[in-house]
Design a protein around this ligand. Sequence first.
Ligand code: THG
Length: 262
Amino acid sequence: MIIVGERINGMFKDIRRAIRKKDKGPVQEMALRQLEAGADYLDINVGPASADKAGTMVWLVETVREVTDAPLAIDSPNLEAMRAGLEACKGSEVMINSTTGKQEDLEAYMPLAQEYDASIVGLTMDENGIPGDVNGRTEIALKILASAMEHGIPTDKLFIDPVILPVNADQRQPANVMKAIGEFKLLSDPPPHIIVGLSNISQGTKQRPLINRTYLVMCMAHGLDAAILDPLDRELMDAMITAELLLNKFIYCDSFLEAYRR
Ligand code: THG
């Protein structure tokens, strides 16, 4: 599994406060703790409140890069913030999070991926929103895949995201998303990566960690191979590692959790 650490996001109180005070410590500590816990990428998201999105993005990226050159995922729906974040990342591996399947977004973000040699996440949503059914999501996934190919983005740099909604909003969606993951795997050979923003599933519920880890394992069984999640949740990471074992991704030994972490 490719793990993208979700915690450097202005949606969280500690990071929001650090952004407001331009206090580097909490951001840098959160970067290092997530990497130590097993993150492959660090998601960087200025959050909803910030007025100067591009400036805040650059500050976050530069702050993180003072302590690590780990791959970053620039997470913003704002094109200027995306461009500024990518520019600040120059020299490191980087992921664009994200484009939608909307034609004008594809035409803006795919060339950026090519220009910065970046991986790119494509959300299966467009001007009509997120399709409620499996076929609608798969059609948009195919459009994103075709656009990536046209722009010379190799399949192993493309991450399709079926877009998870909270389970308490529409209870049919978790099963639809899993079926969509299975369909995305059939779109090309080799298939694109498939990623989700896991914590969306439990927003507003009372059993967040339990719902997160149960759903992660179910999605992995359908072919999920990347996730934006909180790597500091130890039970979540244990469930992820155990699912990899049960999917025959590595050989069993009695101390498989420790062995995987090493
Ligand atoms: N797909 C892609 N990128 C994404 C998402 C996605 N990026 C953002 C998001 N979804 C994934 N990251 C988060 C980060 C935090 C939360 C959910 C998803 C979250 N935050 C608490 C809340 O809203 O209750 C914040 C409160 C707190 O604890 O301080 O749940 O789907 N490609």
